[in-house]
Design a protein around this ligand. Structure first.
Ligand code: ADP
Ligand code: MG
Length: 728
């Protein structure tokens, strides 16, 4: 095995970049060629079908069966021209990734032959036997039916030979069993609440969009090295491994030249991404060795989230073609940065106004401040819930570590916006808010510096930072479905906006002009948030934990306990008012979360136990035997002073023996703890027990990593960090 390790490392090092077949034309020519977008709708649907479909897409109306039949016919023609033979409903159950079950177009024609058939019914709805998807008890096994129904706001696309129909996934009784359904409900809620407020400023506004621009971080490892690490293969992260002498301390990887093998992979991801209509914009090396990032141009949240799911699938497949394995785990390697997925989030009107960016005049700036302050208020009220929305067994390794957002949700505003808010508290409510530099200064004016708009200061330690025209929710994990975080955020903001509007309406009914009513209601909110959820300091500092607790922000670090936020009375009410989740759904989803947490840790604990016993201890024993041989031989030759002659060997022998005992004892204790935990029936209590087991894995790891430093390099059975992380 040890020989094999060197061979594997050498082979990996010798690999060269694969050539990538680049299309003959410019990306703008093939962008979206695999998507049934509006251009194709116009080409493949007749005029009235096209119009009826657009009304459904833009207005959220249901599609009639008869129109669905005509749409399906057009789609089929297009798809078959592209060589497609199968269709699938493509949905996002409460597992990681997406689900699909492919059916071919083939049907008997009733005359002894076969034809390709695809009608409105199979486009609109399917009934997958979905009893093995997690439902948290909503769908008892005797009522195993789940329904998938087309979401016409997400365009249909082609993957290889299959036409993929993005769908929601719901139970027989109508409860959401997926990520997409609640996200769509939350987008609707925020649209309604925000539109109501926008109309106070501009009656022409019909719709407010919620936007998402994700930044996907990931690691690549060579597939041969990956295959030699059972922990990476089964858990997505290394459960053991001593830090490499060199890792990210020189900051030489961030924005460095992209290694050629990786560049070839990225190029292919981009080509495939463009063909699938994903507007990929940015690619670069990230902070940790072998860590990279890819980000598109932002878009409507539901679509952009689907595209994130698509790109994760594409990257996975394309990585293998290039001899890599893609790691989306939030913390594949200890001691270096983990991976997140920043969710850049904003709201904008159908009249083209960005609601989280300063505007041109006092009126639009008041609108901006209104949304800005209400978002912060929503984040403050629901800070614990927002944290729960990004909490998973895997993201737990990233949060709170000394590099990622801390496990406390606060918001960074930057100097300019903080001073604007503070100043607003001191001036009369009718003081105009202007952009400075655009007009001569006059006393009493609130000014947003002009340079601010494209030049906000940055604070990388903040989990929810304002970046000029949007908020960056940075705590989201790299493997997550963004919908979980965005559903919570949009719902919380919708609820806050609605409450705000009710109070403002009352003030206006008393005869106050709109601008004064708005500012009068905003002022106490500003006074409240400015020294609570707003925090521009260092989020990694230990003092922040104490200070955050003093401010009443949630500092819980235990993931299973965080989930309790979802079923607290005020949360349930908020989700009920906004129509995003019912109590049944919230309770069911928590069951799934606890169960998933438990299973993840359980798998890690099993892998850890087996690797410790089957890989690590045998390597240590082999080394012990080598040492013992030398010591015996020394004793034969130098019977009188062998202890002195073999002092190093004796010392090493002692060290190795002690570490082996330490590992064995801790593994035994962990196995016992697991046995006890497995007997617990209640999912929450079980997850709590597994939380302790997760902590104990760190304790087992420590002596293993020490052994790695002591045992003969030749005998070490696993590729080491220095080998995994520096192969390009
Ligand atoms: P940085 O690393 O500096 O945060 P990136 O260029 O990596 O910036 O990513 C920024 C992301 O934010 C991109 O996906 C971009 O499209 C997105 N974005 C920009 N403006 C908005 C906005 N108004 N709403 C949502 N996302 C936005
Ligand atoms: Mg970035």
């Amino acid at each position: 095995m040890s020989k094999l390790r060197f061979d594997v490392v050498q082979d990996a090092f010798k690999k060269k970049a694969l050539p990538v077949a680049t299309p003959a034309c410019r990306p703008s020519k093939y962008f979206g060629e695999l998507v049934f977008n509006r251009e194709k709708m116009r080409k493949y649907l007749d005029f009235s079908t096209y119009n009826e479909l657009i009304v459904c897409i833009d207005g959220g109306q249901p599609l009639s069966r008869e129109v669905a039949d005509r749409v399906a016919e057009g789609m089929k023609t297009w798809a078959m021209e592209q060589g497609v033979t199968h269709i699938t409903h493509w949905f996002q159950p409460l597992t990681e990734g997406t689900a699909e079950k492919h059916d071919s177009f083939m049907e008997y024609d009733g005359k002894g032959g076969m034809i390709e058939k695809f009608d409105g019914r199979s486009l609109s709805q399917q009934e997958p036997d979905a009893s093995s998807f997690p439902s948290g008890g909503i769908r008892a096994t005797f009522e195993a039916r789940g329904y998938t129904a087309w979401d016409p706001t997400s365009p249909v696309f082609i993957q290889d030979d299959t036409l993929c129909i993005p769908t929601v996934f719901i139970s027989y009784t109508g409860e959401a069993l997926d990520y997409k359904t609640p996200l769509k409900r939350a987008i609707k809620a925020v649209n309604e609440a925000a539109t109501d407020i926008c109309r106070m400023f501009d009656p022409k506004v019909q719709k407010v969009y919620s936007y998402l621009g994700w930044e996907q971080e990931y690691f690549l490892v060579d597939e041969d090295l990956y295959a030699a690490r059972p922990d990476l293969m089964l858990t997505g992260r290394t459960l053991m491994g001593h830090e490499s002498s060199k890792n990210q301390q020189l900051d030489d990887h961030y924005f460095g030249a992209i290694p050629t093998r990786v560049a070839a992979f990225m190029r292919e991801v981009e080509i495939e991404g463009y063909r699938h209509g994903i507007p990929i914009k940015t690619r670069h090396n990230e902070v940790a060795p072998n860590q990279f990032e890819l980000a598109p141009i932002y878009g409507e949240a539901n679509l952009s989230n689907d595209q994130n799911q698509m790109i994760m699938n594409l990257m996975n497949n394309i990585a293998r073609k290039h001899g890599f394995v893609l790691l989306l785990h939030e913390k594949p390697f200890a001691g270096i940065n983990g991976s997140g997925k920043h969710n850049n989030w904003s709201l904008g009107t159908d009249t083209g106004v960005q609601l989280l960016a300063p505007g041109k005049d006092a009126k639009s700036n008041l609108q901006f401040i209104t949304f800005f302050v209400n978002v912060l208020m929503a984040v403050q009220k629901h800070n614990a819930l927002l944290k729960a929305s990004i909490a998973t067994a895997t993201n737990a390794h990233r949060l709170g570590a000394n590099e990622a957002p801390p496990a406390i949700i606060s918001s960074f505003l930057g100097h300019a916006m903080t001073s604007v808010l503070r100043k607003l508290l001191t001036v009369p409510s009718d003081t105009p808010i202007e952009i400075s530099g655009k007009r001569s200064k006059s006393v009493g004016l609130i000014e947003i510096p002009e340079i601010f708009i494209d030049n906000t200061d940055r604070n990388r330690t903040s989990p929810f930072a304002f970046t000029g025209n949007r908020f960056e929710f940075r705590a989201v994990g790299s493997s997550a479905n963004c919908a979980e975080a965005l559903t919570t955020l949009n719902a919380a903001v919708a609820d806050q906006l609605r409450e705000f509007k009710t109070v403002v309406d009352k003030e206006m009914a008393d005869g106050k002009p709109m601008n004064i009513a708005v500012m009068d209601v905003l002022k106490p909110m500003i006074a409240d948030i400015i020294d609570t959820v707003c925090f521009d300091g260092n989020g990694y500092a230990d003092e922040w934990k104490t200070e955050a607790a003093r401010r009443g922000l949630d500092i819980e670090t235990c993931v299973p306990r965080m989930f309790l936020e979802f079923t607290k009375a005020e949360t349930v009410d908020m989700f009920k008012r906004t129509g995003v989740y019912t109590l049944t759904e919230l309770e069911a989803r928590n069951e799934v979360k606890w169960e998933t947490y438990t299973k993840k840790v359980q798998i890690e604990a099993r892998v850890m136990g087996r690797m410790a016993i089957n890989h690590i201890i045998p390597a240590a024993l082999a080394y012990k035997s080598r040492l013992l041989n030398i010591i015996t031989q020394t004793k034969d030759i130098y019977p009188d002073n062998f202890a002195e002659m073999a002092c190093t060997e004796i010392e090493l022998l002692k060290k190795v023996s002690d570490l082996v005992v330490d590992i064995r004892t801790k593994v035994d204790a962990m196995i016992e703890a697991r046995k006890a935990a497995n007997k617990i029936e209640d999912e929450y209590q079980k997850a709590l027990a597994y939380y302790d087991i997760a902590e104990s894995l760190f304790a087992i790891r420590r002596p293993i990593d020490k052994l790695e430093e002591v045992v003969d390099n030749d005998l070490w059975p696993l590729p080491k960090y220095r080998e995994l992380l520096f192969i390009n």
